[in-house]
Design a protein around this ligand. Structure first.
Ligand SMILES: [Zn+2]
Length: 439
């Protein structure tokens, strides 16, 4: 009791001294700004923290405000902005009033879908989980916590900004509709949850992508939505349809805001021999063969919890990220990297990162020795360019099972594992599946 009162007083003191500090630091900031040029920088001290944030392509003031738990007014005032709509990539913004208590350094990872929550007196991990419609386990994973019963007052927790609509905002028979991220980055997997008032069924679509709902309780369903890595940033409708036992349907349309991913751009130069391998009909043929497999939807999820990395921690080296924009031979045609690449010599073992069933294990022209695993509900993972395949089609795998070895077969410039995840046929970020427990 006494402790929580003290904490409250301490927080008040921070708040009152904030203005003073803000003024002081504002004067100092430009003299040290070059040293803080990379985004975002956080200094951890007992004083109020000011973040110098470099605006990324696709950012809006609102998306930045949401990400750092600030109001638009906070940012506009701190930066003397006259036109709130006009910010440009590369512009540096002062994000004021982020107060970190004296705690061990907290890694502040910028991810557009994360926001932060400061633990207040009287709160528990369970009440915070309830507040953000997350599971306690998800919060623990996101913040590297080991004990759900011990959290420090003043600790900054990363939470996911979900959207929850209750029955008062919905038409019968919808009682709850929630989105794991109402503002979502290109290339991510989004979770929609629906609860219905009676024994109705639910279906839905997003960008002509039919959604497959899994029933996880009486009148409770969830579904995964793939956000294409090149989907133009905009607001798109998610259509949900409840079908009542008498055949009557009720439609709910929910807006989903897609923002630009923080992906870089690279140009790949291929010599004429290699370019020949990229013959459109050859690429297309292989693509069609795979699409035929990953368009099948198994009715239940095989996986549970976060995915593992597909290589051992001793050989964990990411050489190319998912989503990187690619120009070939300096041309203007834009594509993107559909997976995460792991470096490593020929023969490094590859392991199944989650439970599933092998649906393809054979040599392909572009992808080389390839394995494709069905994880259920339209989710697949692929492992290309292997030197040797260690599984057979039809085989069931558990996380950690050997599936093959890193190699340089197919269209590659050197040995590596290309790890790709497909949801409803769309390539999504594999590392999101490692870092988060989905759904
Ligand atoms: Zn790759």
């Amino acid at each position: 009791m006494r402790k929580s009162l003290q904490a409250r007083i301490m927080m008040m003191n921070w708040k009152t001294s904030l203005r003073l500090w803000a003024a002081l630091i504002y004067c100092l900031i430009w003299s040290i700004a070059p040293a803080l040029a990379d985004s975002p920088q956080v200094e951890n001290d007992q004083q109020p923290i000011i973040i110098i944030y470099t605006v990324q392509p696709g950012d809006t003031l609102l998306s930045i405000a949401l990400r750092y738990n600030l109001t638009l007014t906070d940012i506009i005032r701190a930066n003397n902005l006259s036109d709130a709509d006009f910010i440009f990539p590369g512009q540096q913004l002062i994000l004021p009033g982020i107060i970190l208590p004296s705690l061990p350094s907290i890694p502040f990872i910028s991810s557009s879908s994360d926001q932060v929550h400061m633990v207040k007196p009287g709160e528990t991990l369970f009440s915070i989980a309830e507040l953000y419609q997350m599971s306690v386990n998800d919060i623990m994973l996101l913040n590297n916590l080991t004990d759900p019963y011990f959290i420090q007052i003043g600790r900054i927790l990363k939470v996911r900004s979900s959207l929850v609509l209750r029955s008062s905002q919905l038409d019968y028979p919808f009682t709850t509709v929630s989105l794991s991220e109402p503002i979502v980055m290109q290339g991510r997997t989004l979770v929609v949850r629906v609860a219905l008032a009676e024994a109705a069924t639910v279906s839905g679509t997003f960008m002509e992508q039919p959604l497959f709902f899994y029933q996880n309780g009486p009148q409770q369903f969830w579904s995964l939505i793939a956000i294409h890595a090149l989907l133009e940033p905009n607001i798109y409708p998610l259509t949900l349809i409840a079908t009542l036992p008498d055949g009557k349907t009720v439609t709910k349309v929910q807006e989903v805001q897609v923002i630009e991913g923080d992906y870089s751009t690279e140009t790949i130069w291929l010599d004429n021999d290699r370019s020949g391998l990229l013959a459109p009909e050859l690429v297309q043929q292989e693509q069609q063969k795979l699409a035929q497999v990953w368009s099948q939807v198994s009715p239940r999820p095989w996986w549970e919890g976060p995915f593992w990395y597909p290589v051992g921690s001793d050989s964990l080296r990411i050489t190319s990220n998912f989503g990187t924009r690619r120009h070939y031979n300096g041309g203007s045609k834009l594509s993107f990297h559909g997976g995460t690449d792991f470096g490593g010599g020929v023969g490094v073992p590859i392991y199944a990162p989650a439970a599933g069933r092998v649906v393809l294990a054979e040599r392909l022209t572009v992808r080389g020795n390839a394995v494709l695993i069905d994880h259920g509900l339209g989710l697949y993972s692929g492992y290309w360019h292997q030197s040797q395949i260690a599984v057979n089609t039809g085989q069931e795998v558990q996380p950690g099972d050997l599936i093959g070895y890193i190699g340089d077969t197919g269209l590659v410039t050197g040995p590596h594992l290309h790890w790709e995840m497909r949801l409803n046929g769309v390539a999504v970020s594999p590392l999101q599946w490692v870092r988060e427990s989905i759904p």
